[in-house]
Write a protein that binds this ligand. Structure first.
Ligand code: B12
Ligand code: SF4
Length: 628
């Protein structure tokens, strides 16, 4: 089920609202000497294709954005710890500026949920009088906020508050707390007072446990769906976040200083940058349009140029990845951004003159790539674009129709290749798709991979279609009995929800699906192709092709290593598979501030008065204007 839509016209913050909040906080901050640590949860078992390099070499934008927001608001004593680089980090042992931090925040995706819980649990080992205010946020909490609280009085751990929104929600919470805080009072004590007196109820985007002092929750209050910032120029500059990164280490504690600016580029050579948010399509398996309240949120070309320039001059970052959902969604804006980046020059010390230095890539759709046309794609290339990730899903549009077909996909790939942009296909494997087909149409997975390779693809993403939290199809995947619960005695764990594992299927022999994914990767990444890339280069970008083959072969070995055991479990047959009948909804009753339906509750979620709520009956009231 998708996140409900706010009342039409009230989805976005008023222009200037975030900017004003930031400057109010800057006035207040000097009276409050606060320290904060923001951890990014990362489960190393997810390290495999198709993200094997980017997962560690691109400091995530989410934690950096939260760090930038804190720094910009005047809380400069902030550290960002990436579990990607610091897997032994123990919050219970952290000290910043010689003391236990005032705030401990955790950001997590759903697949890193187990590590997220471990971090919170460990932070709860700090004695209550000195325990920081624990805030959980990020893509996991946005859809499953109940999961960072403990329902069990015998197992005392949990966040103090879950944020189901972005920077504005966190800063709004900070402002409410600072207005109330007595000098020297632990911020967690202030939080408990604010929460108990209902002061947080007017901040949409929070979930808290009323009355709880240790994360154990008998009930949760959901303050509703956040309002989003529409003009992304209002967000704090990303340059701050990079100066807060904890240096990579095997230690459990924090280093005395953050990673030196001169070493940022070594560990994070790719800089992820928010350029736009949102997408005009409405694929039923995708949560993105509903998350964005069906809005397309934009950053100005001048601001993007400034961000790249400053990140390059301060940290030496030259390669950027736009975190767009569909960069070409708005053609005019895409053209404006490219035109501005084409004009942008930075000083090249080696050559002693200004020069255009950036290389970047992002995500787009086949449909919009074709609409952009040859000239605009040429412009994109000149602006520094070298790779575009295209959601091809299935070339024959058997799975989903969003303007793609085998001809159109091949045409889009050829257009990109002709202008010197590397097309990177993202495919979805599904129950009805064979490995190879001998029909006229290329239904088979390998048939499509072959065509894409011929059309110029140098990388490949094949994921099994799986239930995505916040998507239209999510609930049905469970109620229809598609999603597995256990396979040969093994329960599905959060790290297996990355679509690399077959965890939802009606196929009589699902192990074949798992094997197909491995076969497709082996077909694409192998020593023969790596050699071909060098000996019979297909384009001027043969070195990039060769490098991708090397990374890909390493990735295939990891994918096989991590998913082979699962395949053997699947091979034991249907008798060994148990299925879920409802989505994970938690066991803690959750209500809105007014006591009725919580905006983030899923069908079947417990409610304080109604105990088991049938939301499907009630949902039209909340989502009447969903526009669908
Ligand atoms: C870039 C990206 C990647 C990159 C990440 C590289 C990196 N290290 O940064 C790559 C390509 C590697 C990747 C991989 C995957 N990704 Co991805 N990815 C994205 C994408 C497009 C952008 C992420 C981003 O940087 N956004 C910009 C930042 C600023 O936004 P943000 O992270 O959401 O953070 C904001 C809020 O969430 C909040 N927030 C975040 N943390 C915190 C913490 C606190 C305390 C607070 C208060 C608030 C807060 O405030 C932030 C600022 O506004 C998003 C979609 C999207 N548009 O967001 C998907 C997304 C994050 N990915 C997703 C998924 C599922 C995956 C994969 C599992 C692959 C797959 N099956 O699709 C893999 C996992 C790989 C791995 N091992 O971790 C999902 C996560 C779903 C979920 N509920 O967890 C998303 C949301 C897409 C979707 N389906 O909606 N991904
Ligand atoms: S085109 Fe991509 S981002 Fe847009 S709704 Fe479909 S899957 Fe989501």
């Amino acid at each position: 089920m998708e996140l409900p839509r706010r009342t039409r016209g009230d989805e976005l913050l008023k222009p200037g609202e975030l900017t004003a909040l930031r400057s109010r906080l800057r006035q207040m901050a000097p009276q409050h000497d606060l320290t904060s640590v923001i951890a990014c949860a990362f489960d190393h078992r997810t390290r495999m294709l198709p993200f094997i390099y980017a997962d560690l070499r691109m400091a995530p934008a989410g934690v950096r954005a939260i760090g930038s927001a804190m720094y910009d608001a005047g809380f400069e004593k902030t550290r960002i710890v990436l579990q990607q680089w610091n897997r032994n980090f123990r919050p219970s042992r952290m000290k910043l500026d010689g003391r236990v931090p005032d705030l401990f925040m955790v950001s997590s995706m759903q697949i890193h949920g187990a590590e997220c819980k471990k971090l919170i649990r460990d932070a709860c080992r700090i004695e209550p009088a000195r325990r920081p205010l624990i805030i959980a946020g990020g893509p996991k909490t946005i859809y499953e906020p109940w999961d960072v609280f403990s329902p069990d009085p015998n197992d005392r751990w949990g966040a103090d508050v879950a944020v189901t929104g972005e920077e504005f929600v966190l800063l709004g919470l900070m402002e409410a707390l600072l207005q109330l805080r007595h000098t020297g009072e632990p911020i967690r004590t202030t939080f408990l007072r604010a929460r108990n007196s209902g002061l947080l109820d007017g901040i949409p985007g929070l979930v808290y446990a009323p009355g709880s002092t240790d994360g154990v929750a008998e009930e949760l209050v959901d303050t509703g769906i956040q309002r989003l910032v529409g003009d992304l120029d209002e967000t704090p500059h990303p340059v701050h976040g990079y100066r807060l990164l904890e240096p990579p280490s095997r230690g459990e504690t924090l280093a005395s200083r953050a990673l030196d600016a001169s070493r940022v580029n070594k560990f994070s050579p790719i800089g992820s940058l928010v350029l736009t948010f949102g997408c005009k399509f409405a694929c039923p398996y995708c949560p993105i349009p509903a998350y964005n309240q069906r809005q397309h949120r934009l950053k100005s070309p001048q601001r993007i140029s400034d961000e790249m320039t400053r990140l390059h001059s301060e940290y030496g970052i030259r390669f950027f990845f736009g975190t767009d959902d569909n960069f070409f969604n708005n053609h005019e804006r895409a053209i404006e951004i490219c035109t501005e980046l084409l004009r942008t020059r930075v000083y090249d010390r080696r050559r002693g003159r200004p020069r255009q230095r950036f290389r970047w890539g992002t995500e787009v759709t086949v449909h919009d790539t074709l609409k952009m046309g040859h000239e605009n794609l040429k412009l994109a290339r000149k602006s520094g674009v070298r790779g575009l990730w295209l959601g091809v899903e299935d070339m024959t549009a058997t799975l989903i129709k969003k303007g793609q077909s085998e001809d159109k996909t091949a045409q889009a790939f050829r257009m990109l290749k002709r202008v010197g942009i590397l097309p990177m296909p993202m495919m979805m494997h599904f129950d009805d798709q064979p490995l190879v087909s001998f029909a006229d149409k290329p239904y088979g997975l390998i048939n499509q991979v072959r065509l894409l390779r011929k059309a110029g693809a140098i990388s490949l993403q094949v994921l099994m279609i799986s239930p995505a939290t916040g998507s239209k199809l999510y609930e049905e995947c469970f109620t229809s009995g598609l999603a597995y619960n256990t396979v040969a005695g093994k329960t599905i764990e959060p790290h297996m929800l990355d679509a690399n594992f077959v965890i939802a299927s009606r196929h009589p022999r699902p192990w074949i699906k798992q094997a197909n994914i491995m076969a497709a990767y082996l077909y694409f990444y192998n020593p023969l192709r790596a050699m071909q890339a060098l000996v019979w280069p297909k384009s001027k970008l043969y070195l990039a092709d060769f490098t991708m083959q090397i990374i890909g072969m390493w990735g295939v070995s990891q994918t096989i290593r991590r998913t082979f055991g699962w395949m053997t479990r699947l091979m034991r047959g249907q008798r060994y598979i148990t299925r879920k009948s409802k989505p994970p909804v938690g066991t803690i009753p959750m209500r809105s501030v007014q006591g009725d339906l919580a905006a983030h509750a899923l069908p079947g979620a417990p409610h304080p008065q109604l105990i088991q709520l049938d939301l499907t009956a009630l949902r039209p009231a909340a989502g009447a204007d969903s526009g669908k």
